[in-house]
Design a protein around this ligand. Structure first.
Ligand code: SF4
Length: 802
């Protein structure tokens, strides 16, 4: 059997040496890279062939890749590398790597076309100036063959180990049995749907209730699909740390299970390499240093020590299973390499990667770019996928803050001061008319070209400065620089999917003195926002690039909202896994005589606290009360405390640290009693598990609708423009709000033996159109806060009056 390796992976393995050096090398974005390649190709003559697929064998290796272009008339093969900044500052080991790749392509082409020699040209393309720097050398086929074989020889031992691992992995996955005695109710249906769509190479949206074991119900069937689908890797992507932890736990359990039949030598865990990716700031050992050999000892000689660290990490995975954050740290420090960048190197040699959404979906997502560069067949699991809309928007939004610019300018080095000043002036020009009209918020149809030009010039000057002063640490300038760079990239990609708006802010001193300072020329500063509203155009190519995708959550309704906003492919399969819970497990009351609309909030406090106390006194135990804002929470908590001082209560506070959050949750024990006050959509409203008597009820005030404000109204308009006026309100307010309500209520019933109660405290919950968006297994009973049941379910006042 042959081992297939991409040219890039081969060279990354054999031709990298020296230090890790990431000082001020803002790599071009994927879009910039693609645009750069396209522009270079467009500049070539008619005989130029772009994207030349090449492949060749050496012993047990098959090496393949795509060279950027070949011109048979010139007998010239090109590899294009996009960059930003000063080419001379590029580290020698990066250039060496680029030449290594080109030489391998060169040999593959010579072998295919039987050429005696070839001109190899490395084209460095500056994404800012659009200038090319070509470096050309002629090579004989014989010398390239020799080079190719030498690289392959250095890789052969590793390749045969990988081949053996792949065979063992696939055999073990074929024999793998479910690691529990049986599936939980609903879990089998979910697993079946994931398996079938993976086999069909499709995208799946699975709405499945909490408590059925969604993580195991998706990971296990996907692993089973790996051998038949010849998948290279699975990516399990989570919105938050607890989701990652659940995935790692499930994978550990799977690894510990013995494949059937179990041959004698297979007493070690399942041969499945699982890697956890964590953010740089969580993995960094030297947060006060920069990522290059002159600053950080773990970057010095990184690539020289990488082979040993890589072998040790793979050995660890074979012996003990999951390479999580702490295992990775142990291996990295034992070999004096950076744990964060070691984890990036290990992606290539892992079977399952568990990490945040960012790693596959954001502008410069590592997992996505590695998968496409190496042509991996990957399958993607998206945990708690209802978060994807909001997270996708964040990834493709950008902010430029004039106040921050002015602070950076005040302390900036001379070399960049003038261009920062020009940028400030250009910003001032941009919002001058708005300021004259005394409008604090305004949406613009597009970003002015003149401003973008000045921004681009400023970025070029800062890049040059940072590259020329690699050891100088200027945190504020760098922070501004990276934000401005992201802004400029999002500006390039601006379209119907996003809004561009300017918010003017009053000068701080004038604000303190009560004057309308921003009205006076020169005093207002602007915040420029590119707000992504519909992430679909950015996310769709990511979904399309995967062999199969499964998005799962307890709340993915209505389906069209998620397919539209996320850009899921046509033919996406939808499954709504029947809940294993029975209506009698959860008493759901819609309170018909309380309005939590903004103008009625103060009036709602008294009946809400009385209702909560009545429920508590009738059935003492642990409850959560969810309010739509901290303000509302504090008012309600204060009244509750005053009126019912004997009932234990505790509150979520703004910006709670991890320890405080843990303490909040620790109060919910099987024997404790009291009410925790929390914010709807906050950290206690989803992703927490309080089974049995740890939580017996929830009070939910408001429909969770986002506040009606100028920004949300603009989003509503943009939703209308993208998906039709009929959807604009629902897509902006109703669906995101109710999704939070259902998530919060979902905290109460976690197992088939749980019993509990939910109060939906707003008259709008009694309407049929709202109830149709609640889980189908709920039986909602209408209730008056004063305790009388009512039978009428018809109240047609406008939802939009929220
Ligand atoms: S330890 Fe920190 S500073 Fe050093 S290379 Fe790693 S991430 Fe960079």
């Amino acid at each position: 059997m042959k081992y297939l390796v991409a040219v890039r992976a081969l060279c990354a393995f054999t031709a990298k040496h020296g230090d890790l050096d990431l000082r001020f090398t803002p790599s071009p974005s994927a879009q910039e890279g693609m645009a750069g390649h396209a522009l270079v190709a467009a500049r070539r003559g008619e005989s130029y062939q772009a994207e030349v697929s090449l492949q060749g064998d050496y012993k047990t290796l098959t090496v393949r890749g795509r060279a950027d272009g070949y011109d048979p008339v010139l007998n010239q093969l090109e590899e294009v590398k996009t960059f930003r900044g000063d080419l001379h500052a590029m580290a020698e080991n990066r250039r060496h790597l680029h030449w290594a790749q080109l030489k391998i392509y060169g040999w593959l082409l010579c072998a295919e076309k039987n050429l005696p020699d070839i001109n190899l040209t490395l084209v460095y393309f500056d994404v800012a100036s659009l200038q090319e720097t070509p470096l050309t050398e002629q090579f004989s086929a014989a010398s390239l063959k020799q080079y190719f074989e030498a690289q392959c020889e250095r890789f052969l031992a590793w390749a045969s180990q990988e081949l053996a691992h792949r065979e063992a992995r696939d055999a073990a996955l074929k024999a793998l049995e479910f690691p529990h005695p049986d599936f939980r109710p609903g879990q089998r249906a979910l697993a079946g749907a994931v398996y079938k769509t993976a086999q069909a190479g499709k995208c799946l949206m699975a709405q499945a209730p909490t408590g059925i074991g969604k993580t195991m119900g998706t990971v296990f069937p996907l692993l089973k699909a790996v051998p038949a689908q010849q998948l290279d890797k699975l990516f399990f992507l989570a919105a938050k740390t607890p989701g990652r932890k659940l995935a790692l736990d499930a994978l550990e359990r799977i690894q510990a299970a013995k494949p059937q039949p179990t041959p004698a030598p297979m007493q070690t865990p399942l041969p499945l390499r699982v890697l956890e990716m964590v953010a740089r700031d969580k993995a960094c050992e030297h947060p006060d240093k920069a990522c290059h050999g002159d600053s950080c000892p773990l970057a010095k000689g990184f690539y020289d020590r990488l082979p040993q660290a890589r072998s040790a990490a793979v050995g660890h995975a074979a012996a003990r299973g999951v390479l999580d954050k702490s295992a990775l740290r142990e291996v990295a420090l034992a070999h004096r390499v950076c744990p964060y960048y070691l984890s990036q190197e290990l992606v290539t040699w892992s079977d399952v990667v568990v990490g945040d959404y960012n790693y596959y979906f954001d502008t410069s997502a590592l997992l996505h770019s590695l998968a496409s560069a190496n042509q991996w067949r990957v399958s993607v699991l998206v945990d708690e996928a209802h978060n994807m809309v909001e997270r996708g928007r964040k990834m493709y939004s950008a902010l430029l803050d004039q106040a921050q610019l002015q602070q950076v300018h005040a302390l900036a080095p001379k070399a960049v001061k003038a261009s920062l000043q020009r940028l400030d002036k250009s910003l001032q020009d941009l919002h001058q008319a708005q300021q004259a009209r005394q409008e604090s918020y305004q949406v613009y149809p597009e970003l002015p070209a003149s401003f973008l030009k000045v921004l681009q010039q400023a970025l070029t000057h800062i890049t040059d400065f940072l590259l020329a002063n690699p050891t100088r640490v200027d945190g504020a300038l760098q922070d501004f620089y990276f934000e401005a760079l992201h802004f400029s990239r999002m500006a390039d990609a601006f379209g119907e999917h996003s809004l561009f708006d300017v918010t003017l802010r009053q000068d701080a001193d004038a604000a303190a003195s009560g004057e309308q300072g921003w009205l006076n020329a020169g005093q207002a500063t602007a915040q420029l926002n590119i707000r992504n509203v519909v992430p679909a155009p950015f996310l769709a190519p990511r979904f399309a690039a995967a062999q199969s995708v499964a998005l799962f959550s307890a709340t993915l309704s209505p389906q069209n909202y998620y397919t539209d906003t996320l850009g899921l492919p046509a033919g996406t399969v939808w499954t709504d896994v029947q809940s294993p819970f029975l209506a009698e497990q959860l008493a759901v009351h819609a309170v018909s005589d309380i309005s939590t609309r903004y103008q009625h909030r103060d009036d709602s406090l008294s009946p809400i606290v009385d209702l909560m106390a009545r429920q508590y006194e009738g059935q003492p135990g642990n409850y959560l009360a969810f309010l739509s804002s901290y303000d509302y929470l504090q008012k309600l908590a204060a009244l509750f405390r005053q009126r019912y001082p004997h009932i234990p209560m505790w509150e979520q506070t703004r910006g709670m640290e991890e320890a405080a959050r843990d303490a909040f949750l620790a109060r919910f024990t099987p024997t404790s009693m009291g009410i925790g006050f929390a914010v709807l959509g906050g950290s206690f409203a989803e992703g927490i598990d309080l089974p049995g008597d740890r939580l017996i009820g929830a009070f939910i005030a408001t429909l969770g609708l986002p506040q009606v404000n100028p920004v949300n109204e603009q989003i509503r308009e943009r939703m209308g423009a993208n998906f039709g006026a009929g959807q604009s309100y629902d897509y902006t307010y109703l669906y995101p709000g109710l999704q939070k309500v259902v998530q919060a209520a979902g905290r109460v019933i976690r197992t088939t033996s749980d019993r509990g109660v939910v109060y939906l405290m707003d008259d709008r919950f009694t309407r049929p159109e709202i109830q149709s968006l609640l889980p189908g297994w709920w039986e909602v009973v209408h209730l008056r806060a004063r305790g009388k049941r009512r039978s009428d379910r018809n109240d047609h006042s406008s939802l939009a009056s929220a």
